[in-house]
Design a protein around this ligand. Structure first.
Ligand code: GAR
Length: 208
């Protein structure tokens, strides 16, 4: 198996990053993680990368960043990503929106994990396996939205990143039921577990 290099961008705890680390160690994936890049030096994802001796770069994102600061951050981040010459970038709980200019200047695939179900047609609804139709949840609060809207099922999606937020071509989805006594935390925890499996399966099987 030839090894292809992944750059993983994180802002949070990094449980999905850990799933990739573990799957590589178990011989389930032929990828190698060449770089972990973060906007939050103190986040769990950075700590996991350090613990596993993965090259890591944390560039703090200025609070209430202006457009100029945002562009400067993205340029620095792009420079670091390019230096590690990955074959693909994975946004794994990376909570910043990258500008169209930045996205258009990256010639390798960029994929994102989203903790809700997104439709293949880019529309505003998602048809569940049993035929029921739910709203497509986009943005940064989709787990809370699933509870607020009392939808019976939510899930996770892996998709290509395009400038239109959460509207890129869908690669894989997995449904997760919303339980009557779910809190945002309990639901997100079950979604994360599903995401970890879906991510490893997708990285193993998909020809990007
Ligand atoms: C995951 O649920 C991922 O889908 C979500 O952040 C979580 C990261 O968990 N991403 C987004 O919401 C992106 N908008 P982790 O840090 O434990 O892997």
């Amino acid at each position: 198996m030839s090894q292809t290099t992944l750059a993983i961008m994180v802002s949070g705890g990094g449980s999905n990053l850990q799933a990739v680390i573990d799957a590589i160690a178990a011989g389930e994936l032929s990828w190698r993680i060449g770089l972990v890049l973060s906007d939050r030096p103190e986040c769990g994802g950075v700590q996991r990368a350090i613990a596993h001796r993965i090259p890591v770069c944390a560039i703090p994102y200025p609070p209430r960043a202006t457009a100029v600061q945002r562009e400067a951050w993205e340029q620095r981040a792009l420079g670091v990503v390019r230096a590690f010459a990955p074959d693909m970038v994975l946004l794994s709980g990376f909570m910043r929106i990258l500008s169209a200019e930045t996205l258009n200047s990256i010639s390798i695939p960029i994929i994102n994990q989203h903790p809700a179900l997104l439709p293949a047609d880019g529309g505003d609804t998602y048809e569940l396996a049993d035929g029921r139709v739910i709203p497509a949840l986009r943005g940064a609060h989709v787990v809370a939205d699933a509870l607020r809207l009392r939808i019976p099922m939510t899930g996770c999606t892996i998709h290509y990143v395009v400038p239109e937020v959460d509207r890129g071509p869908v690669i894989a989805t997995h449904e997760v039921p919303v339980l009557p006594d779910d809190t945002e935390e309990s639901l997100h925890q079950r979604i994360r577990t599903a995401e970890q499996r879906l991510l490893v399966r997708t990285l193993a099987k998909t020809d990007f």
